[in-house]
Design a protein. Sequence first.
Length: 114
Amino acid sequence: MIVTFQSPASGDVIMFGDVAQRMMKLMGKEATDKGIVTVEQLPDAIARLKAAIEEDKRQRASLDEEDLPRTEPDRSRANAQGSRPFVTLTQRAVPLLELLEWSLKKKKPVVWGV
């Protein structure tokens, strides 16, 4: 499953469903097929995502590059037995964070599953 986060304030952010659901939870939203981060909810969602990014960076700061995993389970597949290259939470969250920040600046909501 693919999830597209959309806002009139910026370009779309497209993620695998399992990754998008994790981002929704980090923003304090339910992991649903359709949803919205209202303009009023944007500051809290941004703060939560920034905190998760900082925690991810802090956890990885003590690791050497060779200590990072090379692959991760691919939960986007129906059989969930494959793997895909490892991507950090920070790498996944930054595009969504930028979308949220632009949306707040332009006072536009962010939606998915529309």
